[in-house]
Ligand binder design. Structure first.
Ligand code: NAD
Ligand code: GLY
Length: 364
């Protein structure tokens, strides 16, 4: 078992990573304060892991709230299902919510914890690769709105993150690849040695070798914890770098309808679009863009935006991005492989990237 810390003063918390973490009652007990626990999960994950989690909670008053599975249910209506469960069970301010699932369950549970009775405790037990390397750490929580992804939410740090690498054995291949997109992101924005390790280790990761997965998760969480500790509320451009590919990706997700493209898939294509635009800005060489494309393809990820979404539609969805400041769209771009910046980009070049389609990473 590996334990990292997210250093945030009196709100610091541990991230426990290892095979069998979900069998360790002690790790959970040390993060629990009150006696009332609501486990929030979904209809896919609960049959697989709810009993295992509940077995660790023998001393508490435990209730459960099982949501339907899917990004399309990450909305205010289903947030209300969590509040109804809390109120039905008369849970008080000392209760703890435990998120058992992927990023959808984690983001919704965290937002419920941020707002129920103006804030209660919560613990993340992420079960997808994506949520283990990204969404469970750092305290961004929220739901989607029909007009924009993750537009309603709050910062709310968990008491602990419990990552059991064993649960990844039941994850569908497509979801594993989607998680690898966020892993690759850390290498691209701030950790070249990690990117090189990923290039060499991709076959082992796709084969789900436990040691390779644990290493990828540990190094991703280390990167995320460092960034969050330095810029918790995204007040300077440091934390914003974690959104490489996300402005493009959110436009794909919103444009295609939530759930059609997986978040990680949209981020992967978005990262290649960001690399393409970085090359058009004169920062990356075409070979660098091809290198990004190759790694994404190796990880089983899409590298071409959906043909259904034209330049105008993508531009419209991108204009709703949270990084828009004083009316100006700012994007995360790469100055080198392994180094990112937040920058505005000339609209002409941005439009060229959006129109590039299958030529992304092949020619400029
Ligand atoms: P998800 O939560 O939809 O999970 C993907 C699928 O895998 C679901 O069908 C789920 O039921 C299933 N699943 C989960 N664990 C499983 C397991 N162990 N075995 C079998 N099936 C399993 O998607 P995700 O990729 O985990 O998360 C995506 C969400 O995370 C998006 O809403 C995105 O906006 C959000 N996100 C948030 C942050 C953040 O900082 N808060 C960061 C990145 C992404
Ligand atoms: N996933 C981006 C962030 O946590 O800031």
């Amino acid at each position: 078992m590996h334990t990292l810390e997210v250093s945030l003063g009196d709100r610091s918390y541990p991230i426990h990573i290892g095979a069998g973490a979900l069998l360790r009652a002690d790790l959970l007990a040390s993060a629990l304060r009150g006696r009332q626990v609501l486990i929030v999960s979904n209809s896919t994950v609960a049959p697989l892991y709810l009993a295992r989690l509940k077995a660790l909670l023998t001393t508490s008053q435990v209730a459960e709230c099982i949501l339907p599975d899917g990004e399309q249910f990450k909305d205010m209506a289903h947030l209300d299902v969590i509040f109804t469960a809390l109120l039905t069970h008369r849970f008080n301010r000392d209760c703890t919510l435990i998120a058992l699932g992927g990023g959808v369950v984690g983001d919704m549970t965290g937002f419920a914890a941020a707002s129920y009775q103006r804030g209660v405790d919560f613990i993340q037990v992420p079960t997808t690769l994506l949520s283990q390397v990204d969404s469970s750490v750092g305290g961004k929580t929220g739901v989607n709105h029909a007009l924009g992804k993750n537009m309603i939410g709050a910062f709310k740090q968990p008491n602990a993150v419990l990552i059991d690498t064993d649960v990844l054995q039941t994850l569908p291949d497509r979801e594993l690849s989607a998680g690898l997109a966020e892993v690759i992101k850390y290498g691209l924005i701030r950790d070249l040695p990690f990117l090189e390790w990923l290039e060499a280790s991709m076959p082992r990761l796709l084969a789900r070798e436990p040691l390779a997965l644990a290493e990828a998760i540990r190094r991703s969480c280390e990167n995320k914890a460092e960034v969050v500790a330095a810029d918790e509320f995204e007040q300077n451009d440091l934390r914003a770098l974690l959104n490489l590919g996300h402005t493009f990706g959110h436009a794909i997700e919103t444009g295609m309808g939530y759930g059609a493209w997986l978040h990680g898939e949209a981020v992967a294509t978005g990262m290649l679009m960001a690399a393409d635009l970085s090359a058009r800005m004169g920062w990356l060489a075409l070979d660098d863009v091809a290198r990004v494309r190759h790694l994404l393809l190796q990880a089983g990820l899409p590298v071409m935006p959906p043909a259904e979404l034209g330049v105008e539609e993508l531009m419209r969805h991108m204009a709703v991005d949270k990084k828009v400041k004083n009316g100006e769209l700012r994007l995360v771009l790469l100055t080198h492989i392994g180094t990112a910046v937040v920058s505005a980009a000339p609209e002409l070049l941005l439009r060229e990237t959006l129109a590039a389609g299958s030529r992304l990473g092949v020619s400029l």
